[in-house]
Design a protein around this ligand. Structure first.
Ligand SMILES: [Zn+2]
Length: 109
């Protein structure tokens, strides 16, 4: 299990294992601003795919930095806990609906 370091404005992602220096800020190699840490489950889009990166930026700005988001209802309705996870949206229209539907799980609250 590791984390990904991400720079949204440069659209780059670097895999990183949790190590002794994980607390430190890591400047982006391209623009020098501190990179975001996202969970390993985050799948970075292709660098050329600006639309997909816009979706990522939109989700993070709205308090969804790729933490687990849960469907309505409790775990007992699902065979496995992972069945209760909501997949992250891939386009902006779905992302807007996602942010609205799951706003009570936003980290911005
Ligand atoms: Zn950068």
């Amino acid at each position: 299990m590791g984390y990904k370091r991400v720079c949204i404005s440069c659209r780059i992602s670097v895999n990183r294992d949790i190590g002794s220096d994980s607390e430190r800020e890591h400047p982006c190699p391209e623009c020098g601003t501190p990179m975001l840490f996202l969970p390993h489950r985050f799948r970075p889009p292709q660098k050329e795919d600006k639309q997909a990166w816009n979706v990522v930026k939109f989700l993070i700005e709205n308090g969804f930095p790729f933490q687990h988001v849960y469907k309505e209802g409790s775990d007992e309705y699902h065979k496995k806990p992972t069945d209760n996870y909501v997949p992250y949206p891939k386009n902006l229209r779905d992302a807007e609906a996602f942010v609205e539907k799951y706003k009570n799980q936003s980290l911005n609250n």
